[in-house]
Design a protein around this ligand. Structure first.
Ligand code: NI
Length: 176
């Protein structure tokens, strides 16, 4: 296992579109283990996407079970080739990102989603998500399409915030 380097803004590679996973093999499982170790390293993040670690394949990990206050969630999910099939409602919420360490921002996301994804063995699974977990999922799927949360702000002037807690080593668990 290894902790992978996280690409950070303004690295242009964060804008690349990731490709579908085709082979559900041991090499994929090794990468997923490294990605999970990377997610948990330093300030543990609720989510991470493979392109953030320099692999342009459609793989994400989310875990909203440890965000501090209890929110509806499925625990840790490793999602391969995820596809959002339904969106419902809207909500504004604060987001951070391992690739944008100095800022947080207010982003509008669907409040509830339905999702299809393969698990690491290649079996198709379906999920329904709401609230913070749905937000984290949408944020990570965006990474697969080369989109960062700062690309979704309505206004950089009113919806972008310099992060202060980072310097103090505060709670960074909510970043995705
Ligand atoms: Ni992110």
């Amino acid at each position: 296992m290894a902790i992978l380097e996280i690409l950070k803004l303004p690295d242009p590679r964060l804008k690349e579109v990731a490709e579908d996973v085709v082979h559900f093999d041991r090499e994929l499982h090794r990468f997923v283990a490294d990605l999970e170790e990377t997610r948990q390293a330093g300030p543990a993040a609720v989510g991470i996407a493979a392109p953030q670690a320099g692999r342009w394949q459609r793989i994400i990990i989310i875990d909203c079970s440890t965000t501090g206050k209890p929110v509806p969630n499925h625990g840790r999910l490793i999602l391969v080739n995820p596809e959002i099939t339904d969106w419902d409602g809207f909500a504004l919420g604060r987001e951070g990102c391992l690739s944008v360490p100095d800022y947080t921002g207010n982003v509008i996301r669907a409040a509830r989603i339905k999702l299809r994804a393969h698990d690491p063995r290649g079996e198709l699974q379906a999920y329904e998500m709401e609230g913070f977990e749905a937000r984290a999922l949408q944020h990570e799927v965006d990474h697969l399409d080369g989109i960062l949360f700062i690309d979704r702000l309505v206004s950089r002037r009113t919806d972008l915030f310099q992060r202060k807690v980072y310097q103090k080593g505060g709670n960074r668990k909510k970043q995705v």
